[in-house]
Design a protein. Structure first.
Lengths: 445, 227
């Protein structure tokens, strides 16, 4: 009798309980605490990759690349402020705190933004002299924690950004863990060294749009009505939040989708609260148009912007400018493959490292460790960021010229089609090959 | 003394005049009339001048004040003295919610009562309330002193850090991580000084000190129920 080999079914992995899901269950069971990390949503959501420009045709003629001008400048805050911000390019650097980021990293962001003719933004921790010194245009965030807030720095700012929400965590505050609280960070925040520092989720002295209007009045009175006041909201209820911010007197709206990063919050918050960037822009633009404020109150879109194509698509859908955070960090050296061996020691890998709250960043960016900080040369980092911003701008111009536009602001929804039903519905542009999108007025779907 | 009619001349003109007042001049005392509950009166001042507001004020009177002494001859609206850096604010009547929110320095005196969230996220200011304070007072208070000559409402000092609270009357309840503390000689000394500066004749020995138990300073899952 011979042995008969029985064919085996291959081991089948669950689509629900994936190895990644199971590893999180085991981690939760072992520690009793939710997973905290930095960055924005990592899940795949409908995004700008789901849109395409159609380019020129017989009915639309293009502009000559390298020859015919395509403007990129943008003015922010001209509605109420005596000194609006004039930017050479419509790509700004988003708010990131000293504390979450190292001093050299903040300096690099300031240098790069200034060299590219754009603004950078403080974060939850106040304004440092280095950051002010290296930023020709600096937006000062006015956050619920008010860490480091003082009238002298307020008056040094080129614009003020009242932060109501953040795309990574709409309705959530923040926590800078004790290991990142150096002497300097502690002093700037009036708190003891080494303790977890909670950043509140709502402002301590106002609630609701009527209060916000009075708060904006107060800030304008303190700064002599000179600088623009932005209001930053998470991509939660973009139509109503934009409407209310305009009603409260904002000069500009910063709208942050769920792919936008954070220094640290719960993974469950990042992945399950908020809306994709693609989904929030049209309702916000609609609110601006309904109030007759489109292009008067500027809309700055953020959350997962990576390339000139993303910039062009955001502007075609109605944004006046975009803001980048995670991409700027990558440009100056975050998650660089040259640190792969060290990422592996930390249980991560290049491209996936997101334990920014732990202060052990091999790239020296999301840390307060004096030795790790030295790994980032702020001059070289600034140069890299400038290059990246220039490339994004050139890319956006390339697309705009191909669509026959002599200014990025002249891009329009009519230039776009969508590759998926979801993207068509969110962006309110036709599904490729059709004249239709879900929810199109007059359609029967 | 300069008299400024707010109704007639407007808020912008008032704040501009106060913000550029030269402390070396002989025009360092101002009286503001017809305040009528206006918001943002005397904000962003940065000189050792004296401003007396006749009547009650709206939101944020004395916001981000440095050096100036501001007297409100009436009651004060929400957020009075918010983010104050130095100087003094005296409220003859009652104060609404968020008094001295995130304020870094100086002294705020309330002759009447203060509403909820008095001293929220205070970062070094001293606040003396002759009467009572409302619920959630000194929420997330970081540093400075809150003196309450009357009673305190629910959840006093919830999630506080290094701020000190002195209460003469009853405390309805303490917030998360806030506890009763020993009153040591240095605290009597602080309290004696603050009561004198606030024109209050209460005796320091009648007060109880409260502050952070420091159990929630670093996240521990075993403390999760306290949050």
């Amino acid at each position: 009798m011979t042995d008969k080999k029985i064919p085996m079914t291959l081991p089948r992995q669950s689509a629900t309980f994936t190895n990644e899901v199971n590893s999180e269950i085991r981690r939760a069971a072992a520690t009793g605490i939710y997973d905290i990390r930095g960055g924005g949503a990592k899940r795949r959501v409908p995004n700008f990759d789901d849109l395409l420009f159609m380019g020129a045709s017989i009915s639309r003629y293009p502009l000559e690349g390298y020859r015919e001008k395509c403007e990129t400048s943008v003015t922010i805050g001209g509605l109420h402020a005596e000194n609006p911000i004039e930017l050479d390019i419509p790509i700004t650097i988003a708010g990131m705190s000293f504390g979450a980021l190292s001093g050299p990293a903040k300096e690099a962001l300031g240098r790069g933004a200034s060299a590219a003719g754009t603004s950078t933004t403080t974060g939850d921790g106040g304004m440092t002299p280095e950051e002010r010194g290296h930023s020709t245009k600096l937006v000062y965030q006015y956050l619920p924690s008010r860490y480091g807030m003082n009238p002298d720095d307020l008056r040094k700012a080129d614009a003020i950004e009242i932060v109501v929400g953040q795309g990574a965590k709409p309705g959530g505050g923040g926590m800078l863990l004790g290991q990142k609280i150096s002497d300097r960070v502690a002093e700037m925040r009036n708190l003891p060294k080494g303790i977890d520092q909670r950043s509140a989720c709502r402002h301590p002295d106002w609630t609701g749009p009527d209060d916000l209007e009075i708060k904006i009045l107060e800030l304008r009175e303190i700064t002599g009505w000179k600088v623009p006041i932005y209001v930053k909201v998470a991509g939660a209820r973009p139509y109503y939040d934009t409407t209310l911010a305009i009603k409260a007197g904002a000069d500009a709206i910063v709208l942050d989708g769920m792919q936008g990063g954070t220094a640290a919050t719960q993974d469950v918050f990042i992945e399950h609260v908020g809306q994709p960037t693609l989904a929030i822009i049209r309702p916000a633009v609609q609110a601006l148009q309904d109030l007759g404020m489109h292009r008067k109150v500027q809309l700055i879109l953020s959350g997962g912007i990576r390339s000139g194509a993303d910039v062009a698509k955001a502007m075609a859908l109605g944004a006046d400018a975009v803001s980048i955070g995670t991409a700027a960090m990558i440009a100056i050296g975050d998650n660089d493959p040259k640190w792969e061996a060290e990422y592996q020691k930390l249980g991560s890998t290049t491209g996936a490292y997101d334990d920014w709250h732990e202060g052990r960043d091999p790239a020296g960016i999301t840390t307060q460790d004096p030795e790790l900080e030295k790994r980032l040369d702020p001059i070289e980092g600034g140069r890299r960021l400038r290059n990246y911003l220039k490339v994004m701008t050139l890319e956006a111009q390339t697309i705009a010229r191909a669509c026959g536009k002599n200014h990025l602001h002249n891009l329009e929804p009519e230039d776009l089609v969508a590759l998926t039903m979801e993207a068509a519905a969110m962006a309110q542009v036709p599904l490729a090959g059709t004249e239709w999108w879900p929810g199109k007025p007059g359609s029967s779907f | 003394m300069q008299t400024f009619d707010l109704e007639q001349n407007g808020l912008r003109a008032l704040n501009k005049a106060l913000q550029v007042t030269d402390p070396a001049s002989n025009q360092t005392a101002w009286e503001v009339v017809n305040a009528r509950g206006s918001h943002a009166i005397a904000v962003g001042l940065d000189a050792p001048i004296e401003v007396t507001v006749r009547g009650s004020t709206g939101y944020y009177c004395g916001g981000m004040n440095k050096q100036a002494t501001i007297t409100i001859d009436g009651s004060a609206g929400p957020g009075t003295g918010e983010n104050m850096m130095s100087g003094k604010i005296v409220i003859e009547g009652d104060a609404s919610q968020y008094l001295g929110a995130t304020a870094h320095g100086g002294l705020i005196v309330v002759k009447g009562n203060a509403a909820s969230r008095c001293g929220i996220s205070m970062k070094g200011v001293d606040i003396v309330v002759h009467g009572n304070v409302g619920h959630m007072s000194a929420f997330m208070a970081q540093s400075g002193n809150l003196v309450v000559c009357g009673d305190a409402g629910d959840a006093l000092g919830d999630s506080c850090y290094e701020a000190r609270f002195f209460v003469r009357g009853k405390v309805k309840s303490l917030g998360a991580d806030c506890e009763k503390k020993e009153m040591r000689p240095e605290h009597i000394e602080i309290l004696t000084r603050l009561l004198a500066e606030a024109g209050c004749d209460a005796k320091p020995e009648e007060f109880t000190r409260y502050g952070s138990a420091r159990k929630l300073y670093n996240f521990d899952v075993d403390n999760a129920a306290a949050y």
